[in-house]
Write a protein that binds this ligand. Structure first.
Ligand SMILES: C[S@@+](CC[C@H](N)C(=O)[O-])C[C@H]1O[C@@H](n2cnc3c(N)ncnc32)[C@H](O)[C@@H]1O
Length: 423
C-alpha cells in the first residue's frame, strides 16, 4: 500500500508544471520544511535553470541555514539572469555581509544604490558597514563615505534618530563641528526628551553656564558603551588611569600594605579593581550604569556593587572608607564642590582620595564639545584646601588617546587631614 502511494506521489510530482513546483517549494519553505523545499527547488532548477525566483528562494533557504556562501552563489546566478534587478544586488550585498565578505558586500550594495538611489536598505547597509570599518581602521576616507550615505538616508527619513546619532558621530570624527551641531539640533527637535542631545548641544555651543551632566545622559552613554568598553578603552584608546593608580599606590605603600576598605566611585566595568584588588581589605563599587555594573560583577572582584549615583551613595553610606577612588569619572560630574564635601564626610581621618581629571588650561572647569568636563589644577587646589585635604601626588599624565592625540589629565592622590565641618 505504502509503495503504491509513494509511486502515485512521484508520478504526480513529475506531472507538476514548473509554476506549481515553485508554489509547492514556497509552501514548504513557509511551513518551515527547509530541506523538502530545497529538494523541490533543486529538481525545479534541472527543468528550468533560468528561473530567477527559484534561485532567490534557494538563496533564502541557504541563508536560513547560515550557508551564506551558497546563498550568494545562487544570487550571483540570479543576477546573471537579471543584471538590472536592484533588489537582487541588495539581497546579494546583505548575504555577502553575513558571509563576512564586507568588501564584496559594499560593492553589491553600491550597485543596488546606483540602480535605486532611494532604496533605504541599501543606504542603511552601506552606511552601517562603512561606519564599522571606519571605526576599526580609523580611516578618514571611510568616515567620509559612511557619512555621505548616512546624509542621504537621513534626508529620506526625516524622523530617524538612531541614524542621526551615527551621522553626528561621523561629523565629530571628521571635525565638521557646525554640521555635528546642526545634526544634534535635529535630534533634539525630533526627540526633545533625549538628555544626550540637550547635553551635547550645550557642550558644542561652548556656553559656559552648564555645571553638571544630566545623569540620564551619563547612564545612556555607559549602558550603550558597556559591552565593548574594556576592548575599546584599553586596547584601542590606550586608557591608562587604573595602571597609573596602581603605580601611585605602589609608590606610596610598602609591600603588603593595604588601602583598607576601598570605595570605587563610577567603578564601570571594574578596571580599577583589576589593578588594585590585591591591595584592598574590602572593595565596594558604585556606578549609575547598570550595564557597566553587570560587567564588573562578572569579574568577581568586588565585595559589594551598587547601581546608584555616586552622590546618592556617598549620602546614604554609613561606613567610613579608608580609600575612595574616582578614575575617569569626575569629567562626567562638572562642579566638584558637592563631591568633595561628600567624600570628605565618608573618608576616615587620614584616608586617601584618588581621582583623575581632564586638564583645563583656563581657570575653573568647563564643559567641552566632547560632552565631558575638564578641570583646572587651580580649581582642584581650591577644593583641596577648602575641604580639608592635603596633596600627596598630582601627576600630569596621558589619560588615553582622543582620536590620534593624547588626552592630558592629572591623577591626584589626596589625604584627608581634617573633617570638612571643622574648617
Ligand atoms: C569612563 S568610565 C570609567 C570607569 C572606571 N572608573 C574605569 O576607570 O574604568 C566612567 C564611569 O563613571 C560612571 N559615572 C559617571 N558619573 C557618575 C555618577 N554621577 N554617579 C555614578 N556613576 C557615574 C559612568 O557610568 C561610567 O561607568
Amino acid at each position: 500500500m505504502a509503495k503504491k502511494r509513494q509511486r502515485r506521489h512521484a508520478q504526480k510530482s513529475v506531472a507538476l508544471k514548473p509554476a506549481e513546483r515553485y508554489a509547492r517549494a514556497l509552501r514548504q519553505y513557509e511551513a518551515g520544511h527547509l530541506s523538502r523545499a530545497e529538494q523541490t527547488l533543486n529538481a525545479l532548477i534541472k527543468l528550468t535553470p533560468n528561473h530567477v525566483e527559484t534561485r532567490v528562494l534557494l538563496a533564502r533557504i541557504c541563508a536560513h541555514l547560515d550557508e551564506y556562501d551558497r546563498a550568494s552563489a545562487e544570487l550571483q546566478k540570479a543576477i546573471e539572469l537579471e543584471p538590472s534587478n536592484a533588489q537582487l544586488r541588495l539581497n546579494l550585498g546583505e548575504v555577502l555581509y553575513q558571509a563576512g565578505r564586507e568588501l564584496e558586500a559594499v560593492t553589491a550594495l553600491e550597485t543596488a544604490h546606483h540602480m535605486d538611489p532611494e532604496n533605504r536598505r541599501a543606504l542603511d547597509g552601506l552606511s552601517s558597514i562603512l561606519f564599522k570599518q571606519a571605526k576599526s581602521e580609523r580611516s578618514v576616507a571611510l568616515w567620509t563615505r559612511a557619512r555621505s550615505y548616512l546624509e542621504r538616508y537621513c534626508a529620506l527619513e526625516p524622523t530617524n534618530v538612531p541614524k542621526r546619532w551615527i551621522l553626528a558621530d561621523c561629523y565629530e570624527r571628521e571635525g565638521a563641528k557646525d554640521k555635528r551641531l546642526q545634526t544634534l539640533r535635529e535630534i533634539h527637535s525630533i526627540a526633545p526628551e533625549d538628555p544626550s542631545a540637550s547635553h551635547l548641544i550645550a557642550a558644542a555651543d561652548g556656553r559656559g553656564e552648564v555645571t553638571t551632566a544630566d545623569i540620564s545622559y551619563v547612564r545612556d552613554v555607559f549602558d550603550a558603551a558597556a559591552e565593548h568598553f574594556d576592548r575599546e578603552l584599553v586596547d584601542t584608546l590606550k586608557y591608562q588611569v587604573p595602571q597609573q593608580i596602581k603605580s601611585g599606590v605602589d609608590a606610596l605603600l610598602k609591600a603588603g600594605q593595604s588601602l583598607g576598605h576601598v570605595l570605587d566611585l563610577g567603578c564601570g566595568t571594574g578596571l580599577v579593581a583589576e589593578a588594585i584588588r590585591s591591595r584592598c581589605q574590602s572593595l565596594t563599587g558604585v556606578d549609575v550604569s547598570s550595564q557597566m555594573v553587570e560587567n564588573a560583577r562578572k569579574k568577581a572582584l568586588y565585595d559589594n556593587l551598587h547601581v546608584a549615583t555616586l552622590e546618592d551613595y556617598l549620602d546614604e553610606a554609613s561606613t567610613p572608607y579608608d580609600t575612595i577612588i574616582a578614575a575617569d569619572v569626575l569629567m562626567y560630574v562638572g562642579a566638584l564642590e558637592d563631591v568633595f564635601a561628600k567624600v570628605a564626610q565618608r573618608l576616615a581621618e587620614g584616608g586617601l582620595f584618588i581621582f583623575s581629571i581632564e586638564l583645563l588650561a583656563e581657570s575653573g572647569f568647563k564643559l567641552q564639545s566632547s560632552g565631558r568636563f575638564a578641570h583646572s589644577d587651580a580649581y582642584v587646589h581650591q577644593l583641596i584646601s577648602r575641604f580639608g585635604f592635603s596633596q600627596i601626588q598630582g601627576q600630569e599624565m596621558t589619560i588615553r588617546m582622543e582620536g590620534t592625540s593624547p588626552l592630558m589629565g592629572v591623577l591626584y592622590v589626596l589625604r584627608r587631614v581634617r573633617r570638612s565641618g571643622s574648617m
